[in-house]
Design a protein around this ligand. Sequence first.
Ligand code: KIV
Length: 264
Amino acid sequence: MTTILDFKKKKLAKEKITMVTCYDHAFAKLVSKSNMDCVLVGDSLGQVIHGFPTTLQVTTDLMVLHTQAVVRGAPNKFIVTDMPFLSTRKGLVFAMECIEKIMQAGAQAVKIEGADGHLELIKHIVESGVPVMAHLGLTPQSIHQLGGPKVQGKKTEQAHKILEDALALEKAGCFAVVLECVPAALAKEISEKLQVPTIGIGGGHDTDGQVLVLQDMLGMNSEFSPKFLKKFMNGADLITGALNEYVSEVKEVKFPGPGHQYDA
Ligand code: KIV
């Protein structure tokens, strides 16, 4: 089982870290049987599971509920849970109460988007014994401020700010930094300058690890195909195909067959 200590060890050994999102018990059981190092109960569950337009609708209660389901399915995995929208912006007590609920739900760490205004809070969380994963670049909770899901750090000044933020977050005690949708050269530079590992999504192959949304990498959403995404299977076609096969067999009275019924 991966622990927080393995993140730095893997970086030093140049062994890539693998992380995937997971939001429910059924998938957690499958992930638990895989070789994945780490599971993220990401607030992308707002869109992926609940059909919200953004992550802004996600609450602490929702993160706690999904964390509990994932922990029950994958107790052998290192589980990181996202701090939901604005939970780090309402003062120390509010943030710590949210962290208390998430950690008591079974997470081993929390992830916090952005650096501005967070450094003192992160120091306090880490000093309280809670590991913090940082998240820079495209930070979905700031989607309206960023003007949409755009690559971040293309301009020199912006790239410099992301690098400075990453260094400050490391100093504040973060054990890893997610870099989302930044140019590959910037992700490489940050990964070389940090002692803690970087975990990329849309940041090229020089980060110390990779993370993808589970349903995206399984190809469950045929309408979502950003450049950075590789679909490791065509889940949408496979699942729709299976559903239609079931419908046909029921209509043609092929299912249930003799092997799928109880005899007297
Ligand atoms: O919520 C999420 O899925 C994330 C990943 C994209 C890193 O934060």
